[in-house]
Each structure stands twice: as structure tokens, then as C-alpha cells.
Design a protein around this ligand. Structure first.
Ligand SMILES: NC(=O)c1ccc[n+]([C@@H]2O[C@H](COP(=O)([O-])OP(=O)(O)OC[C@H]3O[C@@H](n4cnc5c(N)ncnc54)[C@H](OP(=O)(O)O)[C@@H]3O)[C@@H](O)[C@H]2O)c1
Length: 253
């Protein structure tokens, strides 16, 4: 019960890494608010949170909208009175080089992955500052540290998340707030089959390529969730501004 008594807000908690983290947090004693745009997936994820023995709420929200972020924070505070942990996890991926990248997909990538992290943090931070404590974990990527093929907007957005993490850590450390990011390698979530499809690869071909890393496989959402739990918990009490790589060794060479 490493999050006993805590309240966590998780963006993109309706699927993949966000959903696995919401369930793990619930199992560790946290009450959990999740966001996403898809009402049905939100209800299913909420069912899982309750099944893990905790309370939760789903707020239908788009992290690109400042109004939606404000409403999410208001509804979380109304339900649970405080926010101890924010996991900025919502993200999108489109596989393009710069010449191939349509402008709207560039904008969508930067707006969800980077601006969404800024907007939700902007809404949550005043409450953490007032309570003199809080933890923010941002979801970057191995491709926020090293480049990847046909992922120009994604790499730009995730590299931005790494440095936004450091900037917020510097600004808010003395206010009792820790800010770190997790940098996953390829993880089996709905994001990957979609990427495979857009690259014209079968799932088997895609996984074979993605598994070409020291541990010889792709990751599971639960393996990223455990790293996020570590950063969110007191186990990481002296960590801020860090980028925790969880990628089966993908960025080791
Ligand atoms: N899977 C990987 O290999 C991998 C590797 C490194 C980093 N990551 C990062 O991990 C995070 C989670 O991705 P995932 O792999 O778990 O993919 P996923 O299963 O597709 O989940 C993405 C989540 O983001 C939400 N989302 C997308 N756009 C949104 C928006 N505009 N407003 C609010 N929520 C939005 C989705 O919810 P709705 O559809 O309901 O809106 C969904 O819950 C992302 O930041 C991703 O970049 C993933």
C-alpha cells in the first residue's frame, strides 16, 4: 500500500500504460481520477479501478483544452479534496518524417504530448503548492532521449517533455514538489498495432523489429506502471528532474 491515503490524477487513463498505472495505483491504496476522450473505455477502466479495491472517477476530457483540464482538476478536488500525484500520460503517435508529416498531425502531436502536459500541470500545481507537497510524473519516451525513424513530431514532443520535467523540477522543488519522467521503450498497447499498420508492417514483423534490444522483447504496460509507482511513491523521495528509462535496454547502445 505505497500510495495509501493518496489521490492520483492520470491523464490517458483509459488505455495502455495509463490504465495499467491507474489499476496499480488503486491496488496500492490511492483514489484515482482518470481522463480520456472515450467514455466507454473510461467506464471500463473505472470498473477495473474499483475492482482493484479503491475509489475512482472518470472525467471525459481532452488535454489539449485548458477548459477541460481545469474542469478535470475541479471534479477531482470535488470528489477527493486534494491531488497528491499527477501522471501526465496522455499521448499520440504518428509515424512521419518531417517532409511527410501533415501539419495537423504535427500540431496534434505537440498539443497532446507536450502542451497537454503543460496545461494539466498548470491547473494542478497551484493546489500542490498550497498543500506544500505533490509529485508529478510525465510520460516521455526512449524517443525523448534518442531519435527514432519516421517519428519527427513525436521525438520533438517527447524531448520537450524531458526538459519540461527538468524545468518544473527546478521551479517547484523548494515548494515540496517532485517532478520526474519515465521513458518507456516499445510497450504492447493499442499505440503499437496502430503504428505497425501505418508503417505497412504486419504485427509479427513489427514486434520482431521492436524486440531487437538487449532484453529481446517489447514491454508490458504493467512494467511501466511499476516504474511510475516508484517515482510517485516515497521510495523516490530524493529524485526530481530525472528521466527513468524503462526500455529493455533499447537506448543502451
Ligand atoms: N506504447 C509504447 O510503446 C510507448 C512507448 C513510449 C512512450 N509511450 C507513451 O505512453 C503514453 C501512453 O501511451 P500508450 O502506449 O498507453 O497508448 P494508448 O493505449 O493509445 O493510450 C493513449 C492514451 O492517451 C489518451 N489520449 C490521447 N489523446 C488524448 C487527448 N487529446 N486528450 C486526452 N487523452 C488523450 C487516450 O485516451 P482516449 O483515446 O480515451 O482519449 C489513451 O488513454 C503516451 O504518452 C505514449 O507516448 C508509449
Amino acid at each position: 500500500m505505497r500510495l495509501a491515503g493518496k489521490v492520483a490524477l492520470i491523464t490517458g487513463g483509459t488505455s495502455g500504460i495509463g490504465r495499467a498505472t491507474a489499476v496499480l495505483f488503486a491496488r496500492e491504496g490511492a483514489r484515482v481520477a482518470i481522463t480520456g476522450r472515450d467514455e466507454v473505455r473510461g467506464r471500463v477502466a473505472l470498473h477495473d479501478i474499483k475492482g482493484a479495491g479503491s475509489e475512482g472517477i472518470f472525467v471525459r476530457a481532452d488535454v489539449r483544452s485548458a477548459d477541460d483540464c481545469r474542469r478535470t482538476v475541479d471534479e477531482t478536488l470535488k470528489a477527493f479534496k486534494k491531488i497528491d500525484v499527477l501522471f501526465n500520460n496522455a499521448g499520440v503517435f504518428f509515424p512521419h518524417t518531417v517532409p511527410d508529416c501533415p501539419e495537423d498531425e504535427w500540431d496534434q502531436t505537440i498539443d497532446v504530448n507536450l502542451k497537454g502536459t503543460y496545461l494539466m500541470s498548470k491547473c494542478v500545481l497551484p493546489h500542490m503548492i498550497a498543500q506544500g507537497s505533490g509529485v508529478i510524473v510525465n510520460n516521455s519516451s526512449g524517443w525523448g532521449l534518442a531519435g527514432g525513424d519516421a517519428a519527427a513530431a513525436y521525438c520533438a514532443s517527447k524531448g520537450g517533455v524531458v526538459l519540461l520535467t527538468k524545468a518544473m523540477a527546478i521551479d517547484h522543488g523548494r515548494q515540496g514538489i517532485r517532478v520526474n519522467c519515465v521513458c518507456p521503450g516499445d510497450v504492447e498497447t493499442p499505440m503499437l498495432p496502430e503504428d505497425a499498420k501505418q508503417r505497412g508492417l504486419s504485427w509479427e514483423e513489427y514486434v520482431k523489429g521492436a524486440a531487437n534490444r538487449p532484453l529481446g522483447r517489447i514491454g508490458r504496460p504493467e512494467e511501466i506502471a511499476r516504474a511510475v509507482l516508484f517515482l510517485a511513491s516515497e521510495d523516490a523521495s530524493f529524485m526530481t528532474g530525472s528521466s527513468l528509462v524503462v526500455d529493455g535496454g533499447g537506448t543502451a547502445d
